[in-house]
Write a new protein. Structure first.
Length: 441
């Protein structure tokens, strides 16, 4: 395992080139994923339920005569929850309640005001009607993803929440079903992959199309979301999971090794990076990684991830570590330092920030409160974690008084004339001409 994690020094002359190579990742470099996804979407749009059944049999080994057979009844969801051991039921409830409490604070308020002319202006907030949740079910089962997507949607007031989850070999994970029951998911279908995204986006004979699709997935799911965006909304194009830890020399190297493992074990394309001004800490973490890796059940995935995309980066100072954070814009950022809040004013780009030595990223994965659906691959520069805003929309309110239409109509007509839009200008001018300036408001 020698050289499992590459070592970089920010002061080295070739650091920027090495950093670019470390961060490089593309969803479908050779176009194979893109082309295959396009075929699957076209097939689902053309053949509806028949295509879903064929792909479910092909990819998951689940044979069904109708898509209705692939729906999991509400009674099965309830039974899955009620038959869990008490400890697991309590853990799911705790997570659900904490996620709900956090997202209740994200609710937007409607507002209205009147300007000096008596014009009414404001905004209405309305929830989306139907949302599709994609829950991964390939290499691992993710009941946490059910809660992290469904609970914010329910808090936002979404009327109907539809969940799709692949079940390879027909195996239904009881924790996933229990989480769907607890979160109040309305319908669950045992369908996965790009075909599930296509069905949610365009509908079939059995599935009605949704307004928005959210949730993480692999390369085919991410590419499918990219291709259906437009007719349907999406939360984001999610890349592989990422963690960046900024640590000083006082952090326990064994804790740091396990924090890196926690993301690397997701899949071979996940990225785990440790940044520190203390080279002795980097040495200790490297040794801890090599000592702890053999005992990990998902060793092969972790090793492949760390070898391909992991790194230990030495920086001259914590301040320059923060500059590197802003350059990378990581999905998960751990600040394993004495005074993490002192660094916050200079941190501009990160999906979720974990403050202090005891705040393991894994706590955010399950029950801290914020959704763990986060921007990846540098998109934290311009996007945000999944939240209530993703399940609501704003409508602008505009109500002009006679005086307001007359006074502001003059300026509107001038601007319209400047754009060469005569009918626009005339529509505004009519309100000016129709106002009795002698009588006033």
């Amino acid at each position: 395992m020698s050289g499992l994690l590459r070592r970089l020094r920010a002061a080295a002359p070739n650091f920027q080139d090495d950093l670019e190579a470390l961060l490089h990742w593309e969803l479908a470099e050779d176009g194979a994923v893109r082309g295959r996804v396009r075929e699957i979407i076209a097939e689902v749009r053309a053949k509806g339920d028949d295509a879903l059944l064929a792909y479910t049999a092909q990819f998951d080994g689940v044979e069904a005569q109708s898509v209705g057979e692939l729906e999991v009844p509400q009674e099965a969801l309830r039974e899955a929850f009620e038959t869990l051991p008490e400890a697991e039921r309590s853990a799911l409830k705790l997570a659900r309640d904490r996620i709900a409490a956090y997202h209740e604070r994200q609710r937007r308020d409607e507002w209205r005001y009147k300007d000096e002319f008596g014009n009414l202006l404001g905004q209405l907030i309305r929830p989306l009607d139907r949302v599709g949740l994609y829950v991964p079910g390939g290499q691992a089962a993710y009941p946490s993803s059910v809660l992290m997507t469904a609970v914010p949607a329910k808090v936002a007031g979404v009327r109907e929440v539809i969940m799709t989850v692949p079940t390879p070999g027909g195996v239904l994970n009881p924790l996933v079903l229990a989480a769907a029951h607890l979160a109040g998911v309305h319908r669950v279908y045992r369908v996965g992959g790009a075909q599930a995204i296509a069905a949610l986006a365009f509908g079939t004979e059995t599935l009605s199309p949704v307004d928005k699709i959210v949730g993480p997935g692999g390369a085919y799911v991410a590419e499918a979301k990219r291709q259906v965006f437009g007719p349907v909304g999406i939360d984001m194009i999610a890349g592989p999971s990422e963690i960046l830890v900024l640590a000083d020399g006082a952090q326990d190297p064994h804790w740091l090794a396990m924090d890196l493992f926690s993301q690397a074990e997701h899949d071979e394309a996940a990225q785990a990076i440790l940044v520190s001004p203390d080279p002795a800490l980097l040495d200790a973490v490297e040794a801890a990684v090599e000592a702890a890796l053999p005992a990990r059940p998902r060793r092969a995935i972790i090793e492949a991830s760390l070898r391909a995309r992991g790194a230990l980066i030495e920086v001259p100072s914590l301040a320059l570590g923060v500059a590197l954070i802003n350059r990378i814009a990581p999905e998960h950022l751990e600040l394993a330092v004495d005074h993490p809040e002192a660094l916050l004013p200079d941190i501009r780009h990160a999906g979720a920030i974990f403050l202090g030595r005891h705040t393991a990223e894994v706590l955010g994965d399950y029950l801290a409160g914020p959704s763990h659906v986060l921007p990846t691959f540098g998109t934290a520069r311009f996007s945000s974690p999944l939240g209530v805003d993703d399940f609501q929309k704003r409508s602008s309110l505009i109500g002009f008084s006679p005086e307001g239409a007359a006074v502001l109509g003059r300026s509107a007509a001038l601007l319209a004339e400047g754009e060469g839009l005569e009918a626009h200008a005339r529509a505004a001018a009519l309100r000016v001409e129709g106002f009795d300036h002698n009588k006033g408001p």
